[in-house]
Design a protein around this ligand. Structure first.
Ligand code: GAP
Length: 447
């Protein structure tokens, strides 16, 4: 089994990620997050919010609507330019992206013997359409947002006026985006519904200034992944060729992760390197377009120079689901028949698990419940897992494979001297400590 296949299996078995609407046969490109997956995703989002907003005084958060006036998407260029070139197999009519050479090759092989002919590439818009309104023939066609970005730019003036900030400053957002992806695949890597975490950073419209901030945010975002434990050797930057760049981008670099996809349905030509997050120089594209289409003046008044201008935008755009997937893949280890998810404790779904050594000894169970309650008081340690099934070895196994960094066991000695053992997921070493010091010790380890 490949690492990806093992991660997919673990994700399903332990409640990280399930196929969307599975009991009805699923819906391509949609995924549901189970009890552990939702914690992992929330932890990624919390870490993003913490770093990008709480630890700075020049970035604000917003939460804009998914449904927007359709003119937004005309202005942003997505109605016209948010397209993929598609080709169709003349034998079975399956459609593939014209730029995915390996998938095309695989498809041709699947028609063994028959010579496959393809149609000319045709452009296919990725925006997902929906209808709003109650009267059937008066419903308005809207789009589910194809990127969360536009909700920020249409609120640029609102945030500016209500926060009284000066540039450079940024607006960050996390939320769902939708794309009619032609070839969703590689598990959650390319989905039709996914979450993005983005920063739009507004700077003076000057080359040097924008270059400085571009470089700064590129490095910040790489460091964020490294601090959360992604293996440095598996990350790299890659600049987009001009032909690859989105319609809004003057420059674009991806932070890429060396994924195991090349061995399962992915492209072998890129050696498994896949986009993790995009850093884009959007220039004044968005504000200029929205100013023109809405007729509203979106310029910034610079008190220092007495000038009005449209700021330029540096964007960092990452996928929450993609991050969850790459954190899972990166953390997946096997040693001596044991699966261990070496997730950073900040991301681990459970921070601590508490066990009574034996489930059939009421004194031990009562004491372990007390310890469980004691730990639950501290929000930094939540959520905490309780487990009294099977033997202690099996419980350690079960916690290792979901990435729980610490397991606390209440045993017979606890009843005598109020000490418990803390077992470390990565070293498997145990230390014995007073139960009254547990909160402090574990929260320090996690921090
Ligand atoms: N606002 C800019 C923007 O949306 P993008 O490169 O199209 O840029 C940014 O997307 C990030 O969103 C990607 O790096 C990826 O992490 C995530 N993403 C994009 N499409 C995705 C999909 N179909 N499924 C999962 N994540 C996706």
């Amino acid at each position: 089994m490949t690492t990806l296949a093992k991660v997919i299996s673990l994700a399903k078995r332990r409640g990280f990620i399930y196929p969307g609407s599975e009991i009805y046969g699923g819906l391509g490109g949609t995924w549901d997050y189970g009890p552990l997956g939702v914690e992992l995703k929330n932890n990624i989002k919390k870490a993003f919010w913490h770093t990008m907003i709480y630890q700075r005084d020049d970035v604000f958060g917003i939460d804009s609507a998914i449904l927007m006036n359709p003119k937004v998407w005309e202005a942003s260029g997505h109605v016209k330019a948010f397209v993929d070139p598609l080709i169709e197999c003349k034998i079975c009519h399956e459609r593939l992206r014209a730029d995915q050479k390996d998938e095309i090759g695989d498809h041709e092989k699947s028609h063994s013997g028959q010579k496959v002919a393809w149609t000319e590439p045709r452009k296919f818009n990725l925006l997902v359409e929906a209808k709003v309104g109650v009267v059937e023939d008066q419903k308005t066609k809207v789009y589910l947002r194809g990127e969360i970005t536009q909700g920020v730019h249409v609120n640029f003036k609102n945030v500016l006026d209500s926060s009284r900030v000066q540039i450079p400053f940024g607006i960050a957002q996390i939320g769902k985006a939708f794309r009619n992806e032609i070839t969703p695949g590689n598990f959650t890597f390319r989905s039709r519904e996914f979450e993005q975490m983005e920063l739009q950073f507004y700077v003076r419209p000057e080359k040097e200034e924008s270059k400085k901030w571009y470089e700064y945010w590129r490095q910040e975002r790489l460091n964020w992944y490294l601090r959360l434990g992604i293996n440095k050797k598996k990350l790299r930057f890659r600049q987009h060729r001009e032909s690859e760049r989105a319609h809004y981008a003057k420059d674009a670099w991806d932070i890429e992760y060396e994924s195991p996809f090349s061995t399962i349905g992915g492209s072998a030509s890129d050696g498994g390197w896949k986009e993790f997050e995009g850093i884009h120089d959007r220039g004044d594209w968005d504000l200029k377009q929205h100013q023109q289409y809405s007729g509203v003046d979106l310029s910034y008044y610079d008190q220092e120079s007495g000038q009005h201008f449209l700021p330029w935008i540096i964007e960092t755009s990452g996928g929450v689901d993609r991050a969850a997937l790459f954190f899972l893949i990166d953390a997946y280890c096997e040693s001596e028949g044991r699966i261990v998810l070496k997730l950073n404790p900040k991301l681990a779904p459970y921070k601590v698990a508490v066990f009574p050594l034996l489930a059939n000894k009421p004194d031990l169970v009562k004491k372990a419940k007390d310890v469980y309650r004691l730990l639950s008081i501290d929000h930094r340690l939540l959520p905490i897992q309780w487990d009294d099934r099977g033997n202690i070895g099996k419980r350690y196994f079960a916690q290792d494979e979901i990435g729980t960094p610490y397991c606390v066991t209440v045993d017979f000695q606890t009843l005598e001297d109020d000490t418990v053992t803390i077992r470390d997921r990565d070293t498997t070493k145990q230390e014995r400590v007073k139960s009254s010091t547990l909160v402090e010790i574990i929260s320090k380890k996690i921090a």
